[in-house]
Design a protein around this ligand. Structure first.
Ligand code: SAJ
Length: 428
């Protein structure tokens, strides 16, 4: 059995490994020739995937990467795991999915199974991708080839979640299409969950992540309310989570980053508006989360003012650029918004992140491109008027920070045990 996987990122590459480990030949496709070359050189570019894992499968002839989609013709199934970001106007950007469909359609063969894994709005598989594949192949979905949808369930940064124990939702254009897709997934997971149609499966993925966005926004709103009331919102969450049922703890933060939670709910609300419905709660949650960096900036400005430090003369350190602890991924990180706010206000801003040595030019923050993480020394840390903790990476020496930093704004409630001198720690 040979499976093609298009898109070798944090979803596609682990899938290649899972199929390879299950004895299926995995052929990875990516338009980025540098990624293809790295994989074939047995070099992993994903933190939680060891190069030795690639090497073992490549040497066993069960993993290979290529940029040539024509090789799809050798596969019995092809899984599409390409990004579905937002465009400049904040609308769903389906270009990767549609161009992948258009480019692979000429190589579809009789009996092949095409499975979309990317997070999309409901209807994308049955109404849009299907048409692109049929037009480009001259074949009929559901008759000449099978078409299915199965939302990706990768959790960046938790490498032990290797997909075997994770239930996998699978839907098909027809029951036969679904059966064909299930045959492939049963090779890599013991829990397949049948969806009746693609649109329910597409919507389930969006509900999973809108649920997180809304609950994170609720925690953030509680922070905005508790602060003027002099209430410690983190203690409130800890107390509430003693309720063993009907409550799941979420925590306030400096904003919501990554390529799932800030984005997926917009695929839902955008589609809803196309059908005359406004997903008000989903949209409001997104705006609350988006506004958190501004709140942290304001709180820090107050701290500088109390220390009689003019913003234009202030030296500010942002601790953590990655969007969450334990990952080196900075996509959509609220830390970038924070840095921009301080820079616009005239302060000089640096960052420290053990996982992000330098800011990559492609991140859309051109003026920050190339900026490097500072070194971790007493002198350097002490030289900043204020340090804003944005991402609480486990590896950071919090006691040293507490001893060295002049003033700390803690958005992750990580500093309390390291008890900096009173008045030098503000939670925000
Ligand atoms: N965040 C908070 N407070 C919280 C939880 C998260 O401020 O209580 C922030 C994080 O700092 C981060 C952002 O929200 O900036 C997103 O955090 P996340 O924990 O949701 O992490 P993601 O974006 O990696 O979400 C992934 C998702 N996986 C997929 O989409 C397949 C999500 O469905 C998972 O539930 C999540 O990982 C997880 O459980 O960690």
């Amino acid at each position: 059995m040979k499976v093609g996987i298009v898109g070798l990122g944090y979803v596609g590459l682990p899938l290649c490994l899972r199929f390879g480990r299950a004895g299926v030949e995995a052929l990875g496709f990516d338009r980025d020739e540098a990624k293809v070359a790295k994989i074939n050189r047995r070099e992993s570019y994903i933190r939680h995937i060891a190069s030795s894992e690639l090497a073992a499968l490549i040497d066993a002839g069960r993993l290979r990467a290529t940029a040539d989609l024509a090789e799809i013709a050798e596969c019995q199934a092809v899984l599409i795991c390409v990004p579905t970001p937002l465009d400049e106007q904040g609308r769903p950007d389906m270009d990767c999915v549609f161009s992948t469909g258009k480019n692979l359609a000429p190589y579809l063969t009789e009996g092949m199974t095409v499975i979309l894994e990317s997070t999309v709005y409901p209807g994308a598989t049955e109404q849009e991708l299907r048409v692109i594949l049929e037009r480009g192949s001259g074949k009929r979905a559901g008759r000449d080839f099978s078409l299915a949808y199965s939302p990706e369930r990768e959790d960046p940064g938790r490498s032990e979640v290797d997909g075997v124990g994770l239930p996998k939702i699978v839907a098909g254009l027809t029951p036969r299409c679904r059966e064909r897709a299930v045959e492939f997934y049963r090779r890599i997971t013991d829990q397949v969950v049948m969806a009746s149609r693609c649109r329910e499966a597409e919507a389930a993925k969006l509900l999973e992540n809108a649920y997180r966005s809304v609950n994170i926004a609720l925690a953030n709103e509680f922070k905005l309310v508790c602060d003027p009331l002099g209430i410690d919102v983190w203690e409130v969450v800890e107390l509430a989570r003693t309720k063993p049922f009907g409550f799941q703890a979420f925590y306030p933060g400096p904003g919501v980053g990554g390529h799932c939670i800030p984005i997926d709910p917009v695929y839902l609300s955008w589609k809803a508006r196309q059908h005359g419905v406004t997903a008000r709660l989903v949209e409001l949650a997104g705006s609350i989360n988006t506004g958190m960096p501004d709140y942290v900036f304001e709180k820090t400005a107050e701290v500088l003012e109390q220390a009689a430090t003019a913003m234009a003369q202030a030296k500010v350190l942002i601790l953590g650029i990655a969007y969450k602890p334990g990952v080196d991924d900075d996509r959509g990180s609220p830390s970038y918004r924070l840095m921009e706010l301080f820079a616009t206000a005239g302060a000089s801003v640096d960052y420290y992140d053990p996982h992000v040595p330098a800011i990559w030019a492609g991140r859309g923050h051109r003026h920050l491109a190339g900026k490097q993480s500072i070194g971790w020394t007493r002198e350097t840390i002490a030289s900043y008027d204020v340090t804003v903790i944005a991402t609480d990476h486990r590896e950071i020496a919090w006691q040293e920070l507490g001893d060295w930093a002049a003033c700390i704004v803690d958005t992750r409630n990580v500093m309390e045990p390291f008890a900096p001198v009173a008045g030098r720690l503000v939670k925000a």
